[in-house]
Design a binder for this molecule. Structure first.
Ligand SMILES: [Zn+2]
Ligand SMILES: [Zn+2]
Length: 199
């Protein structure tokens, strides 16, 4: 169903992890993201990896550098790109991050590295990945953190807060999303200011 007045945007999922891509979870993720955002979602095959994002001292990958890497490869059709990885991400002031996104921009990254943890990790990892993917992509559409614990846009402080969330927007965030989408359609020149998402 086409929503009148809204642009036909596209979201792309890029596996940029160290392990080979696992198509089934990526397709499931694409289907879910497509439902939540009401967007066409495509899983692209990307052979390159952001190797220069590795910090040998921390043995982690800089989420900021991965974002820069993604920004340098953005498709010209205005798609949002979510890089999905299995490497452990950090931002300079934080021990780790589950992901990072450009607020109101086009690039986001999310990692499964920390989502396996805990006694139920193997069972929950895919649901957690879906929630955090919605969260980071929500930032690229300009959504900020939400105070509703069950909303995907609630802050991801630890796995308990992640597990409390549903992989969808609360009513307020959904309304904001639709308003943002309409605005993006009016203003294609909206800049990709690299306001980092601090979790
Ligand atoms: Zn919300
Ligand atoms: Zn966030």
């Amino acid at each position: 169903m086409e929503r009148a007045g809204l642009p036909a945007s596209l979201v792309r999922l890029w596996w940029i992890g160290e392990a080979p891509p696992d198509p089934r979870p990526l397709e499931d993720l694409a289907a879910h993201v497509s439902r939540v955002f009401e967007q066409t979602v495509r899983v692209d095959t990307v052979p390159e990896r952001p190797g220069d994002a590795y910090d040998a001292r921390r043995r982690q990958f800089s989420s900021g550098r991965i974002l820069q890497w993604l920004v340098g490869r953005l498709p010209e059709d205005g798609s949002k790109v979510l890089g999905v990885t299995d490497v452990d991400l950090f931002m300079p002031v934080l021990t780790f991050v589950y992901g990072e996104a450009q607020l109101g921009g086009h690039a986001a990254v999310v990692s499964t590295a920390r989502l396996w943890a805990g006694p139920d990790g193997r069972r929950l990892v895919r649901a957690r990945l879906v929630t955090e993917s919605v969260h980071e992509l929500g930032h690229t559409f300009g959504l900020v953190h939400c105070r509703t614990p069950r909303c995907a846009m609630a802050r991801s402080i630890n796995l308990a807060t992640v597990d409390e969330k549903r992989p969808t927007f609360c009513a307020e965030c959904r309304l904001q999303y639709l308003e943002r989408l309409a605005r993006e359609g009016d203003d294609h020149e909206q800049g990709a200011d690299a306001d980092p998402d601090r979790r």
